[in-house]
Design a protein around this ligand. Structure first.
Ligand SMILES: Nc1ncnc2c1ncn2[C@@H]1O[C@H](COP(=O)(O)OP(=O)(O)O)[C@@H](O)[C@H]1O
Ligand SMILES: [Mg+2]
Length: 395
């Protein structure tokens, strides 16, 4: 077991530029540009001699000493592991603000402990964070994982061509502006990205930890999505911690991937700016001080209602043609921005054919929205629409 225990092969820290610099409107913390994320790479070999799962849960703890002593800081992350057992962890990435500044304030070295949350795994030997990580910034921040050191550095970027309005500059700074909305699985915040005199105000959807969510039963949506790893598939269907964490990550990855696909096809969805950790950053729909209302909160007159319905029908054809059934389509997940309809909230989206429930979810989506529009005087002909969408899905 010791032989096969996890090796922190040349565990390495690089310091990220300030992905999450914040000006806090509510607390008294000082504004800072100090980077708060530390990258650690290593190799994991499970104690039982089997291959690591594609995703493991890892608890990371920072200590002042090599052995013993109280933990100074801790976080648990889901970590993707490749076929050779290699992984990259970004310390601080589960928190909006990254690592607390106080951790390194004294300039003393810190020790990193790691524990892979699976039966039979002990604590791994601690690894010294040999220098105050901030000092490494200058030498290490030029390229990381082959990507330029920028606000995009760690993030999965949105699809190209990136719209002109999106600030992608290396030294853009980001500031938290506060809450926008609380949802079922995520909270949506406003973030300002600033470079010179250019400003983006963006919506950031931050998924809660799986255990903290009011989670709808996701079995229907998961059907037909397998990982190809039987241990993980079992864990997912049994709903144990590893499975839960993987499901949580799948939820977010699905939303980002679907938004990218649909945006590229010209469907009316927010531009997905980036995915990073537990959050996706989106084009903000509507002005920052008066964001677009949900369809359910609008009172369109009959002509406006018909115009919105037409946009929705066109969007449904684009979606089904792209192999996407929303799965939770309703007037709550549609925004209206000055007459323009925008569909949001895709984590549960499924393929109409590959998912055994795909077509019944499509029917439910069509029924949900046509009920609402019918009450607004639109002649929706839901049955015909569903039949046509079915034909589109089968093509
Ligand atoms: N891109 C956006 N622009 C403006 N408002 C948004 C945006 N994304 C989400 N919101 C607001 O946040 C709320 C919750 O977002 P949603 O994606 O529906 O999450 P949930 O799954 O928690 O319902 C929405 O109802 C909407 O009011
Ligand atoms: Mg929603």
């Amino acid at each position: 077991m010791r032989l096969l225990a996890m090796r922190l092969a040349a565990a390495l820290l690089c310091v990220m530029p300030a992905v999450s610099v914040r000006a806090q409107p509510v607390s008294s913390s000082t504004v800072t540009a100090v980077p708060r994320l530390v990258r650690v790479t290593g190799t994991f070999r499970p104690a039982n001699g089997l291959q690591a799962a594609p995703v493991e849960i890892v608890t990371l703890t920072i200590y002042a000493e090599e052995k013993g002593g109280p933990p100074l800081w801790q976080e648990t992350q889901t970590v993707a592991i490749d076929a050779e057992g290699r992984y990259t962890i970004v310390l601080g990435s589960t928190l909006p603000d990254g690592l607390p500044l106080e951790l390194f304030a004294t300039g003393e070295a810190r020790w990193l402990g790691m524990h892979v949350e699976r039966p039979g795994e002990g604590d791994q030997p601690r690894v010294q964070l040999t220098s105050v990580p901030y000092a490494l910034r200058a030498s290490d921040a030029d390229t990381l994982a082959g990507k330029p050191a920028s606000a995009y550095l760690l993030a999965e970027p949105g699809p190209g061509p990136v719209p002109d309005w999106v600030i992608v500059s290396d030294d853009a700074r980001q500031y938290e502006l506060g809450f926008l909305k609380t949802g079922k699985e995520a909270d949506v915040h406003l973030v300002e990205r600033r470079h010179g005199d250019r400003v983006n105000i963006l919506a950031v959807k931050r998924y809660r930890k799986f255990e903290d969510r009011m989670f709808r039963n996701d079995a229907r949506y998961r059907a037909g999505r397998r990982t190809g790893e039987s241990r993980l598939d079992k864990a997912i269907s049994h709903g144990n911690r590893i499975g839960m964490a993987f499901r949580a990550q799948q939820w977010l990855t699905t939303e980002f991937e679907i938004l990218c696909r649909l945006w590229s096809l010209g469907a009316p969805v927010p531009y997905p700016v980036q995915q990073l950790g537990n959050e996706i950053m989106l084009e903000l729909i509507g002005p920052p001080d008066d964001t677009a209302p949900r369809l359910v909160n609008t009172r369109p007159d009959p002509d406006e209602a018909v115009a919105l319905w037409d946009q929705l029908v066109e969007a449904l054809f684009t979606m089904v043609g792209a192999g996407v059934v929303h799965g939770d389509l309703s007037p709550y997940n549609i925004l209206v921005d000055a007459g323009r309809l925008v569909i949001i909230d895709f984590p549960q989206a499924v393929d109409p054919i590959a998912n055994p429930d795909g077509l019944s979810l499509l029917q439910r989506d069509v029924d949900n929205v046509s009920d609402w529009f019918t009450r607004r005087g639109v002649d929706c002909r839901a049955a015909d629409l569903y039949a046509q969408l079915l034909t589109e899905a089968m093509r």
